[in-house]
Design a protein around this ligand. Sequence first.
Ligand code: ATP
Ligand code: ATP
Ligand code: MG
Ligand code: MG
Ligand code: MG
Ligand code: MG
Ligand code: MG
Length: 280
Amino acid sequence: MANSKYEYVKAFEQPDLLLPNTWIVVRIDGRGFHKFSNKYAFEKPNDRRALDLMNAAAKAVMNELPDIVIAYGISDEYSFVFHKSCVLFERRSSKLVTTIVSTFTAYYVHLWSTFFPDMSLSPPLPSFDGRAVQYPSIQNLRDYMSWRQVDCHINNLYNTTFWALIQVGGMDAKSAEKELAGSLAADKNEILFSRFKINYNNEPEIYKKGSVVLRDYELVEPGTASEVIHEDVAKPGEEVELSKTQEEKDRKRRAKARITVQHVDIIKDEFWERRPWLLS
Ligand code: ATP
Ligand code: ATP
Ligand code: MG
Ligand code: MG
Ligand code: MG
Ligand code: MG
Ligand code: MG
């Protein structure tokens, strides 16, 4: 490579390697989607087309980046989890974040017309910000995922009640906000049930639980050993080599597995216990 007198400027670039052996979460969030959702007349509180579009873009991202273990989406945000052993882009934060953000945004725009066939996109176009956060333990990572799912629940209960007061109850936004100020979850459930005959428990799972994107793989039945059983049995002395081959096989199988979107509880142990490969 030719050296030039200008080359020294390269040294101004600061390293941004994420710590080894930590779970990396890249969370992206739509910019100004409150306004964006009004511009395209998203149904309130939940526009199903908009969520399906977010999920389709997230699936495409996972398809292009096999290092992503699982993703979780609510509203205009998505969290993508990289395995702690991931070495993609040498774990450079800016590379990981910008690749996810631009891949997601490109698919969001590309797939827009599939989900909103009668509304063409025009500037200002949708854009997303992103950040990478490192979690040193599985407990921290699971608490992160739980935090997002609890947020989904809290926001959805509030929004469902808020919009019922407006759309069915005929209130304006200010009065609805006032009505709900300081209310507890039980109060909102009560308002929904007694005034609008809505049982919150019967609301669609996608709104209550958000969307989990993962590679479809054989589930471990509850109560059985939390290990995927392999057909190959290692002879004494060959253990390491064989299990490495098996690991490689598993990795390839997972990379090929179909990517699915599910609306399930990720707070309880059961979800993780039935899918031990996610965090192993
Ligand atoms: P910022 O740029 O700071 O993120 P924002 O306007 O995007 O600002 P958020 O806190 O990210 O604010 O909230 C996203 C908003 O987008 C929600 O409050 C909601 O109004 C709207 N929104 C996102 N997805 C949907 C959807 N599927 N259906 C209806 N509204 C949605
Ligand atoms: P990385 O993902 O690491 O960036 P890369 O293949 O994109 O890998 P770059 O160093 O970014 O590598 O180089 C971009 C390459 O894309 C160039 O070397 C060139 O081959 C090609 N390229 C980009 N723009 C043009 C163009 N306008 N005409 C022809 N080739 C181009
Ligand atoms: Mg934001
Ligand atoms: Mg936003
Ligand atoms: Mg948001
Ligand atoms: Mg390049
Ligand atoms: Mg280049």
